[in-house]
Design a protein around this ligand. Structure first.
Ligand SMILES: Nc1ncnc2c1ncn2[C@@H]1O[C@H](COP(=O)(O)OP(=O)(O)OP(=O)(O)O)[C@@H](O)[C@H]1O
Ligand SMILES: [Mg+2]
Length: 255
């Protein structure tokens, strides 16, 4: 679904993300891990054509099922964002319009992406069922729901939009541990039941380990290691990844 080649993101003279090759297939979750400032979010934003808007210079190639996204007009990118590539962010409430009831956000978003009006209620009901949210919750404003409920709502939107690619940037970092596990579970179902291709970004290798089929490790803007999740976790090849793995009690070799 997504094929990245020689992607570079620069601010002024400084290169903040450099990804030579990264593919995400349909039904696959690729976990992107690395410490703060390693370039994970900039890579995600570059895929969506949003890094440019933040003032970065982006070179290289990002293809969505063969369609080149780098250099695509803002108008055409807008049609891709949401509908084909959905983004799930760290603080779901911040990504929702605070002045709108969730129902209005839901309806407007689906309308914006061309879903016929008569289908919206049905898709909303089905999506809410799937993320286990009570339909009356749609009458609330973002500040009237918990962080976990807001993140479920965002996932329901992604489901209802039937996005082909989901980019989740630290989607569980702002949530407490039990809610984190629920969100991880929903993202797994997004892959298993809907075949979405997912780029899952986290600084937390423990979370990535629960979800990812393949793992890409970034440090200082560069990819330092990548491979099948089990291989990277069982036998990390670079010292930086070894440190990350050792710091995760459940998957690290016991002391
Ligand atoms: N608007 C900007 N102007 C200049 N530099 C920026 C800008 N936004 C981000 N950067 C730099 O780009 C680098 C990569 O940032 P990025 O947000 O991709 O890191 P990250 O891996 O997502 O970190 P975190 O885990 O904290 O979210 C950082 O050094 C950051 O300072
Ligand atoms: Mg980030």
């Amino acid at each position: 679904m997504i094929a990245i080649r020689d992607l570079e993101v620069r601010f002024g003279g400084r290169r903040v993300a450099s990804v030579a090759e990264l593919d995400v297939a349909r039904g696959e979750i690729v976990g992107l891990v690395g410490e703060s400032g390693s370039g994970k979010s900039m890579t995600a934003l570059a895929i969506l054509g949003l890094a440019q808007i933040a003032g970065a210079r982006v070179t290289g190639s990002v293809q969505l099922e063969g369609m080149e996204l780098v250099g695509l007009s803002e108008r055409r990118l807008r049609a891709v964002r949401g509908r084909r590539i959905a983004m799930i962010m760290q603080s779901p409430r911040a990504s929702l319009n605070p002045t709108l009831r969730l129902r209005t956000t839901f309806e407007r978003t689906l309308r914006l992406h061309g879903v016929p009006k008569r289908e919206i209620a049905e898709r909303a009901a089905a999506a809410l069922r799937e993320v286990l949210l009570d339909p009356p919750l749609l009458n609330r404003y973002p500040h009237e729901v918990s962080g976990g409920q807001a993140q479920r709502f965002v996932i329901a939107l992604v489901l209802a939009l039937r996005a082909d690619v989901v980019i989740a940037d630290e989607p569980t970092s702002a949530l407490d541990v039990t809610v984190q596990a629920e969100v991880v579970d929903l993202l797994r179902r997004l892959r298993d039941d809907h075949g979405a291709a997912q780029l899952f970004i986290s600084h937390d290798l423990a979370v990535i380990g629960q979800l990812a089929d393949r793992i890409v490790v970034m440090r200082g803007g560069e990819v330092v290691e990548s491979g099948p999740a089990h291989a990277v976790l069982a036998a990390p090849s670079v010292p930086y990844t070894q440190e990350l793995v050792a710091a995760v009690p459940r998957i690290g070799v016991p002391a």
